[in-house]
Design a protein around this ligand. Structure first.
Ligand code: ZN
Ligand code: ZN
Length: 290
């Protein structure tokens, strides 16, 4: 019998260790068996750790994927809301433009009726033709023809105050996360010219106004039939092309107040009306020579 091949061991070798193929005593056979078992345990632990980390990685991937999917869904919702918002604004702009144009058309028809058709009818029925009134009607027709040029869907004037956002070349701007700026529509302001003109009609203005009143006396009765307010409003429409009653009233008040300062016999409505016509004609001339 040979001895145990483990260093310094004096025992007899009983068997060959399958771990290291050395001949060992019973004591060292057990030792080697334990070392091998420990290694096995360690490998098993490592294998388990890897399995766990793989499962963890997989779970993390799923969680992060779901989080990104959620973000994507939220992004989509926000973009759709923005697109919807933009769409509604565009449709609203289109509706407003349609309304504005309809109103303008209505105004032109109204002006045509009041300034042209009704006076013509009256001259026919009364068989009295006033040259001044004919001139006024001619002027009204020309003005309506000229003013009705604005009845265009894509008129530059409308585009200036109301951007429809359609055919916009800058696609990135309208689809960016920034909310589109609110469309600015300039508030209507009376032109300074009118107010300064109302205050001062120049040297000899009192005489000019009253001379005009005198020459208009003949046609005055016919004009009165149409009603002071109707005429005044049609004048104001011609001047300012606005439908806002508040502004009309403001101008009307200032206008009549100023006229009353110039006209002899201030309480006579017909004289005020005739003087109004003087202001109207002078303003029109001023406008066309500008
Ligand atoms: Zn061994
Ligand atoms: Zn031994």
């Amino acid at each position: 019998m040979s001895g145990c091949e483990e260093n310094l061991c004096q025992q007899f070798a009983l068997a060959v260790c399958l771990h290291c193929m050395h001949r060992l005593c019973i004591h060292h056979i057990n030792d080697h068996q334990n070392i091998a078992l420990n290694q096995l345990d360690q490998l098993k632990t490592e294998a388990n750790q890897i399995t766990t980390s793989l499962v963890n990685a997989s779970n993390t991937i799923v969680e992060e994927r779901k989080a990104d999917e959620k973000k994507c869904v939220a992004w989509r919702m926000q973009k759709l809301a923005e697109i919807n918002d933009e769409y509604n604004k565009m449709m609203n702009s289109i509706r407003i433009r349609q309304k504005v144009l309809e109103q303008q058309e209505l105004n032109f028809n109204q002006r045509l009726k009041i300034d042209v058709q009704q006076p013509l009818e009256q001259m026919y029925t009364q068989k009295s033709i006033s040259p001044q009134l004919l001139d006024a009607i001619q002027l009204a027709i020309e003005n309506i023809r000229k003013d009705s040029d604005v009845l265009i869907w894509n008129s530059p004037e409308l585009n200036k105050i109301q951007n429809l956002h359609i055919n916009s070349k800058d696609e990135t701007k309208s689809t960016s996360t920034k909310r589109p700026k609110k469309e600015k529509i300039n508030a209507w302001k009376p032109r300074v010219l009118f107010f300064t003109f109302f205050r001062d009609v120049g040297p000899g203005s009192v005489k000019k106004v009253n001379d005009f009143v005198q020459t208009m006396l003949e046609g005055e009765d016919k004009m009165e039939n149409q009603g002071l307010i109707t005429l005044v409003f049609s004048y104001l429409q011609t001047w300012h092309k606005t439908n806002r009653d508040k502004h009309k009233q403001l101008i009307l008040d200032k206008h009549i107040l100023t006229i009353k300062q110039y006209v002899n016999g201030k309480d006579c409505e017909r004289k005020v009306l005739t003087a109004l016509k003087y202001f109207f004609n002078t303003l029109k001339n001023k406008d066309s020579t500008e």
